[in-house]
Design a protein around this ligand. Structure first.
Ligand SMILES: [Zn+2]
Length: 232
């Protein structure tokens, strides 16, 4: 496992970059579950996402209690209840992406129409119907139920939740979700978007969900962040 400081640093980098890409805003959070424990790292409730620092990462347990650091986000049950429901998941992002959220508002299915959308279900990304904030365990459980075994769920009129095996993969999926949403929305202005067939989806998914692709995406955004002063 990566050491704690480098895990915290990855969370800070990912959150700053997601904010710079307008996928996260003044709210939103990204967490990592420490393997073999019931603890998770997450950004604090108050710290600015745009200027986040390593010391703004707090440690909580899966009951939402603070182990170390400042107050965690009020919507921490999103993370703790998904970790309880999904043993395969080690990183959870709660984001407010501009484009993907529009699909939940319009009630239109967000479907894979673009190579980077290949990790999401052909029948559409599941939608959690209640627009209220997730502040209780029961609400977190209901969201985890909507998510099922998918890699993302939209939260109607609110945002999205994205899950992965690690922070870098979770970052990738957040970017890919929003890229697919942009292209589907723009294509729908021109006509009816072509959804990938089951066969296309399986083949593209196998090509794209590779450590080399995931790392390349991450390296691109990190370099872009450094060049623009988002990262120091
Ligand atoms: Zn939210």
């Amino acid at each position: 496992m990566q050491d704690l400081e480098s895990l915290k640093s990855d969370l800070v980098t990912a959150i700053r970059l997601l904010t710079a890409e307008s996928i996260m805003d003044f709210n939103g959070h990204l967490s990592y579950r420490l393997p073999g424990t019931i603890q998770a790292l997450i950004n604090s409730r108050r710290a600015s996402r745009a200027g986040l620092r390593v010391e703004d990462i707090v440690t909580i347990d899966l009951d939402g209690r603070v182990i170390a650091g400042e107050e965690p986000p009020s919507e921490s049950p999103i993370h703790t209840q998904i970790y309880r429901a999904r043993p395969d998941v080690f990183s959870v992002a709660h984001i407010h992406p501009q484009y993907a959220t529009v699909f939940s508002i319009a009630g239109k299915p967000l479907v894979p129409v673009f190579t980077l959308g290949c990790m999401f279900p052909r029948e559409g990304i599941p939608v959690y119907a209640d627009p209220d904030l997730i502040r209780t365990r029961d609400q977190g459980d209901a969201l985890a139920k909507s998510l099922g075994d998918a890699r993302a769920a939209l939260m109607r009129g609110h945002g999205a939740v994205v899950v992965a095996e690690d922070v870098v993969s979770c970052f990738n999926l957040c970017v890919w979700l929003e890229e697919n949403a942009k292209k589907q929305l723009w294509a729908s202005q021109l006509g009816t978007p072509h959804v990938f067939s089951e066969d296309e989806l399986n083949r593209v998914r196998a090509s794209m969900w590779q450590p080399s692709v995931i790392r390349k995406t991450w390296d691109f955004y990190v370099a872009k962040g450094r060049a623009s002063g988002i990262l120091n």
